[in-house]
Design a protein around this ligand. Sequence first.
Ligand SMILES: Cc1cc2nc3c(=O)[nH]c(=O)nc-3n(C[C@H](O)[C@H](O)[C@H](O)COP(=O)(O)OP(=O)(O)OC[C@H]3O[C@@H](n4cnc5c(N)ncnc54)[C@H](O)[C@@H]3O)c2cc1C
Length: 394
Amino acid sequence: MTTVEDYDAVIIGASFGGLAAAAQLQGTGRVLLADRQAPGDGETSACGTLLAVLERLDALDALEQVHPTIAINAGKRRIGFQPAYPFATFDYRTLCKILASRLPDVEIAVAPFGGRDDDGALRVGDRRVKAPVLIDASGWRAVLARTYGAPPSDSTHRSVGMELRHGHGGCNLEFWARPDDCPDGVFWAFPAGGEVREGVATYTGKGKRLRSSLAEFVHEHELAPRAVHGGVFPSRLRDQVAGPVFVVGDAAGQCLPLTGEGIRPALVWGQEAGRQAARVIRGETDLDTALDTYQAQVLAHRWQYRLLERLQSGLLRAPRPLLPMAVRAFASGPIARAAQRSYWELADPDRLQVAPGVWSEARATAEQCAVGPAANTNATGGACAPLRARSATS
Ligand SMILES: Cc1cc2nc3c(=O)[nH]c(=O)nc-3n(C[C@H](O)[C@H](O)[C@H](O)COP(=O)(O)OP(=O)(O)OC[C@H]3O[C@@H](n4cnc5c(N)ncnc54)[C@H](O)[C@@H]3O)c2cc1C
């Protein structure tokens, strides 16, 4: 049997959750961050998040476009609103490279996690490794937590999304409810500098028709599809801790129900898990206390997750004409500000640090915020405007 290599911490998964956790463990000891792909190679996401996330991470080099307006299209109605906290799109590879470049002391291995042996050693590629501190950031399959008894992802609480990129322009983050094409989900278009990421997701996890729905959508709007990618994202919190393992991001079901926003929670809770893990390695606390603290921090937001979950199932059941009313309530009016603040606090970007104890002062400049409109000329050279085909429903 291969000899076992000892580490202080092992993280499986080097996407948002894993890179965030590793940032907090940098410089604490011998840390291994393993992923079956090199950081930045395995994008599944539309890469839309709060602008504040990129600012707090001091990662504005990854910024592609700021979106002051979100538009929701339901039937013939189009409701545009300016959220209190603007969203932005970013380049996945660039963000991962920035975050990975800040980990000189962390060993990054491109190797799949292959299970746990009887003696507790983890199989990572053709190596066997052990560590007192373990972090599962492997996405919805939670491959490490499963070996410690975490239940598999429940198919009734996961969404399936598929997306493609094309070269048209646009300004806003746009969403469409099109029950005829996708009765249990939504379509979206996220402009990102010179391209748009257009996708469809079903909340019920039944993804079989997605590809044809997307193809129809693309054909209807005369788009030239490039790469199509997709994947699963959870819509219910799962175990935050499994045995000695901190579970973060999609592996812990931290992706927000209804909106499918999973990047911000993975980064925020990835960092929190990393902070607690670092305290264990430094001898400031014991592992059980650290795991309990981490779990309690996430579960303090359980009521907000449940609320979003109810809204998601309500969206599927409620008569479609009610949708514009619900969007308006979130967009403006007496509860809008509080609702948006609560949504922000669910995975508070203000918790994010650039490195342990280092807070970013970076703020996007007006010039950076204008990246989208300036770069966003559509095929006919027009200035930033809603996609041609979409404007029919405006
Ligand atoms: C089509 C689509 C669009 C989306 N758009 C958005 C969006 O615009 N904004 C947003 O906030 N969220 C979006 N999401 C959700 C978001 O992508 C996820 O919530 C987020 O990526 C979760 O991050 P994570 O680090 O937990 O997991 P992941 O990003 O899934 O990363 C898991 C990592 O683990 C690695 N891994 C898995 N198994 C193994 C193994 N056996 N061995 C080694 N490594 C392994 C993978 O290679 C991967 O790098 C979207 C999801 C989909 C499917």
